[in-house]
Write a protein that binds this ligand. Sequence first.
Ligand SMILES: Nc1ncnc2c1ncn2[C@@H]1O[C@H](COP(=O)(O)OP(=O)(O)OP(=O)(O)O)[C@@H](O)[C@H]1O
Ligand SMILES: [Mg+2]
Length: 233
Amino acid sequence: MENTKRPILETVNLNKAFYLGEAVYAVNNVNIQVMPGEIAIIVGPSGSGKSTLLSLLGGLDRPISGDILINDKSIVKLNEDELALMRRKNIGYVFQFFNLIPHLSALENVELPMSISGMARNEARERARFLLDEVGLTPRSHHRPDQLSGGEQQRVAIARSLANKPAVVLADEPTGNLDSKTRDMVIELFCRFNETEKQTFVLITHDTSLTSYAHRVISMMDGKIEDIEVRPR
Ligand SMILES: Nc1ncnc2c1ncn2[C@@H]1O[C@H](COP(=O)(O)OP(=O)(O)OP(=O)(O)O)[C@@H](O)[C@H]1O
Ligand SMILES: [Mg+2]
């Protein structure tokens, strides 16, 4: 059975270039697979294409060529509405710069994806409270993003990404602004959700201590995959 398992995420000859005078291939012929229930991490120097790859995987950006498969279904030809629905159903995303809604409180930011998905208000509020508690932010529930520290905003973004119990959580430097204690709390949370909810995590990190939790380590350099290390589970 194990050997016939299909990837939950896969790219095939994926390319993304930015044109500023000349073409910069931020993602250059990338082929990766992530299996269901894995914690995969993407490492590489600044500018190597990690955020660009993650936004392509999440359907937030479009490749110039190649394919992206989520549960064996290509997402590159979906229109904007279909992409939005695919994201809502499958993907939780933690942005490198958080992207919280400025006029909403921490609690309301976490509730929002559930309201959009049509969850009943009470249920959404209860789950938002639970998730904020999981990231240690119950005392900050009613603060707006500009009343929160960077690390607190990051944790709200993490709670929000988990709101709809997505099969795949894509997180760009989710522990980048956290002290070691808070970082350990977040890693423990990811590992626990990975175990109990069987959620797949793809994390970008500069933090080499995170590699010890990973089932797959994807190394990037100049837009290309330099190395993929699969760890026995
Ligand atoms: N919108 C854009 N327009 C032009 N070039 C871009 C754009 N976004 C990214 N790039 C370029 O693509 C390359 C990869 O950028 P990316 O943000 O994916 O790197 P990264 O690995 O996430 O870096 P970091 O660790 O600093 O976050 C860089 O050379 C960057 O300058
Ligand atoms: Mg980045």
